[in-house]
Ligand binder design. Structure first.
Ligand SMILES: Nc1ncnc2c1ncn2[C@@H]1O[C@H](COP(=O)(O)OP(=O)(O)OP(=O)(O)O)[C@@H](O)[C@H]1O
Length: 258
């Protein structure tokens, strides 16, 4: 884990707002994620965390505000272009394609495949075969690293909830991301697998991948994160190191109910 103060923000969101009818789900919120960090996003149920993720990745359009990723505005870009720039997200309930194999799920995430283009498909068969071979090797390497290689040819739908979460993160890695937005990686996952997921996150972080993680499991947040942002009722309540957040009276009052 790195010291956030030593790096420039990889992701900056300012003035983000989104309302659904009369509900202000996110209201003038900001967040900064420094390159090389594992940053946490916490808050009580309904605080607006998932909506903020949806705004950062443009799954829903903000009413107001801007999102800068790696020095470029991304709030007007389609989600797939944001992913191609290196900012990918996972979901609270893992969205794997159940009727495809684990390996096929991985391969579908591969960006810029030569065979997608009809003309190149006709004239560059050798290059396409080589690329497919490399993609498959990379997919198998990543599956191996998360302990899912033995399941490569199983339907993704046959995986446990925790394994699906791992597959979703593994699939995100196929895009060679700079930043992964993880929505509740520990929710519904057994404690052993939670430990493994944490180890993987730490390893990937050491390899240079930055994480922004929504999580209700406070032990996980406090042990894993360099910096934590707290939302309540759609707005920023606090941000700081895990130690600072743990003793912040406003956070204790609003979030922990003390
Ligand atoms: N599509 C939607 N339509 C209407 N209201 C919504 C929609 N999405 C979110 N909301 C509302 O916006 C508020 C923030 O929801 P959000 O899911 O972002 O919170 P959260 O902090 O992620 O909650 P949790 O920790 O329970 O997942 C809630 O009041 C929620 O009911």
């Amino acid at each position: 884990m790195n010291n956030p103060s030593l790096s420039q923000p990889l992701l900056i969101a300012e003035g983000l707002s989104k309302h659904f009818g009369g509900i202000r789900a996110v209201n003038n919120a900001e967040i900064k994620v420094h390159s090389g960090t594992i940053t946490g996003l916490i808050g009580p149920n309904g605080a607006g965390k998932t909506t903020l993720f949806n705004l950062l990745s443009n799954f829903i359009r903000p009413d107001d505000g801007k999102v800068i990723f790696n020095g470029q505005p991304i709030h007007d870009l389609p989600t797939n272009e944001i992913a191609l720039k290196g900012c990918v997200r996972t979901f609270q309930v893992a969205r794997v394609l159940s009727r495809l194999s684990v390996l096929e799920n991985m391969l579908l995430a591969t960006p810029h495949q030569t065979g997608e283009n009809l003309i190149q498909l006709w004239f560059q068969q050798g290059k396409i075969r080589q690329q497919e071979k490399e993609n498959k090797e990379r997919a198998m390497d990543i599956l191996e690293s998360v302990g899912l290689s033995a399941k490569a040819y199983d339907y993704a739908g046959a995986l446990s909830g925790g394994q699906r979460k791992l597959l979703e993160i593994a699939r995100a890695l196929m895009t060679r991301p700079k930043l992964i937005l993880l929505d509740e990686p520990a929710a519904g996952v057994n404690p052993t697998l939670i430990g493994q997921i944490c180890e993987h996150i730490i390893n990937w972080n050491k390899q240079g991948i930055t994480f922004l993680i929504i999580e209700h499991n406070m032990d996980l947040v406090m042990s894993l994160c360099d910096h934590v942002w707290v939302l309540a009722e759609g707005t920023n309540l606090a941000d700081g190191t895990p130690a600072e957040i743990q003793k912040n009276s406003a956070v204790l009052e609003a979030y922990l109910g003390e």
